[in-house]
Design a binder for this molecule. Sequence first.
Ligand code: DAH
Length: 341
Amino acid sequence: MGIREELERIRTEALKGLASAEDEKSVEEIRVKVLGKKGELTAILKQMGSLPAEERPAAGREANMVRSEIEKALSDALDSVRKKMRDRRLAEETVDVTMAGRAPARGTLHPVSIVTEDLIDIFRSMGFDVVDGPEVETERYNFEALNVPADHPARDMQDTFYIGDGLLLRTQTSAAQIRTMENRTPPIRIVSPGRVCRADELDATHSPVFHQMEGLVVDKGITMCDLKGTLERFAQEIYGADTKVRFRPSFFPFTEPSVEVDVSCSACRGEGCRVCKGSGWIEILGAGMVHPKVLRDCGIDPDVYSGFAFGIGLDRLATTRYKISDIRLLFENDLRFLKQF
Ligand code: DAH
């Protein structure tokens, strides 16, 4: 076969191959096959020297034309396969913006969380900080530092889950008082909400797990009037502006004097109904003036400082507020119940 025919064959084959190339790899293969170091056209160009002198110029021109034609075809083919690949990818990645969306399911707050948040807002507005305490406590913080030694009958009032090594599941958030007084210096104004546990039977009004919010104020010249004013303000924010608060004498080892605090029943405005069992009052918390011994044991001089403390039952607050008749509903996690809040 003469050089002319050979060039024509290379040209036809290369152009045909490029016309049907589907990707960059096949284009590159053709380039190597024709123009590579050991390529067909390269081989021919190398043979030029052995041609008779009179044939050389024409053959050389011919070969150069074929080469530039193929080079152009290669670059066109590369452009076209790249465009094809891009079009294909775009088609695959198309997002149908008209497709209907899926609405994410909205959660709701648990009734105990709602009252907790509300109380935090109220106490924050009166300048209280919120502090957290551990649910697994030591006997010292849960009892001893609160003036309840091991043999004290008050321990019977709070049937405790002991977990060994002087540890227990806290029976009251009052432990947070001690941790706070050990870590801060007066003036102190804190509330501490959280979960507490007692080994009680589960029934409509008792649960072995429930929630409290502890409050503590320590400063110079704090009196029972400050306690009453603070609790009145809180009760009126929660139950309405005409709510009355009454103190009844009581006993807690860590306060002296101690009181139990009732609010006028918001369901019957104090006249007596099922909610308040006919008395017109609902008991919501225990409180008192921090016992001097408790202050002293925490390194606070009771001759200089005084304080008040209170412990609010949050589940009770939630059940009276939302007229929930059975406390167990708060812990069963039945979504049909929880979604109402
Ligand atoms: N810790 C008490 C309880 O669980 C409630 C309580 C009473 C807390 C009086 C106090 C307080 O801070 O001063 O029954």
